[in-house]
Write a protein that binds this ligand. Structure first.
Ligand SMILES: C[S@@+](CC[C@H](N)C(=O)[O-])C[C@H]1O[C@@H](n2cnc3c(N)ncnc32)[C@H](O)[C@@H]1O
Length: 234
């Protein structure tokens, strides 16, 4: 069990070290820009108030933190958590002009914050990559204030059979695109496998509830290619 956890941590770290320089470009290419639209839908549903605080976990290059900050006129405090050295450095550089955003090179399973600190917790395309999803969700609950909200954006399960047929075929060529753009197909083999092996919308909803969140619900994006889950700390 311990070996499996360490193996996943190593694999995920090497995946993001390989893709870090071209991470945003490759996302734009393989999703035809849709990831930007999906991230904006998360912010639309969240509808954050000015001066609210956010912890964005698995921040990568900092897309969510930037959108959140822009929506609240840079008024609130934001903490970005990202364990991969290269992604962390690239995110920090991207957002260097945002003085309300701090970066932490830490893991989702053990956050360096006190209990009841944040109004919002986001994790975008990160929960599939953590080594312990239950620990991650418990940490999310711990650091949120009572009344605080978790929002999770992740690849999910396509609901329409015909769309799924084409989506599955399209997925098969993504590693080849990765080879061309990033120089390696391996990270994108991992991406496709990890999406296949991940929970359904309802399984993830149950898991979030089991870890203490209330009023958990989800919304599909593009027929379930991605989904946003929302839950509250009561
Ligand atoms: C697909 S990227 C998502 C980046 C960004 N949130 C976005 O939506 O574009 C996943 C990120 O999760 C990070 N990650 C992997 N394991 C993690 C863990 N245990 N805790 C926190 N972040 C982790 C990776 O280093 C990577 O930067």
């Amino acid at each position: 069990m311990k070996n499996t956890i360490q193996d996943k941590e190593k694999l995920v770290n090497s995946v993001f070290t390989t893709v870090s320089k071209k991470y945003d470009l490759m996302n734009d290419i393989m999703s035809f820009g849709a990831h930007r639209f999906w991230k904006n839908r998360l912010l639309d549903w969240m509808s954050p108030q000015e001066n609210s605080s956010l912890v964005d976990v698995a921040s990568g290059t900092g897309n969510i933190a930037k959108l959140f900050s822009n929506r609240i006129a840079n008024s609130g405090e934001i903490c970005c958590v990202e364990p991969n050295e290269k992604m962390y450095l690239s995110g920090k550089l991207n957002l260097k002009n945002f003085h309300n955003i701090k970066w932490f090179k830490e893991f989702a399973e053990k956050l360096p914050f006190k209990d009841n600190t944040f109004d919002y917790y986001t994790i975008s395309y990160g929960i599939r990559n953590v080594t312990d999803i239950n620990k991650t969700l418990k940490e999310a609950l711990r650091v949120l204030k009572p009344g605080g909200r978790l929002m999770c954006l992740e690849f999910s399960k396509v609901e329409n059979e015909l769309i799924n047929f084409f989506y599955q075929r399209y997925s098969k060529i993504i590693p080849q695109m990765g080879k061309y753009v990033v120089g390696s197909s391996k990270p994108y083999d991992y991406l496709i496998k990890s999406i296949d092996n991940f929970y359904t919308q309802n399984e993830l909803l149950d898991l979030i509830e089991k870890n203490g969140f209330s009023n958990v619900e989800y919304r599909n994006l593009s027929n379930g290619i991605s989904a946003i889950h929302s839950g509250w700390k009561i």
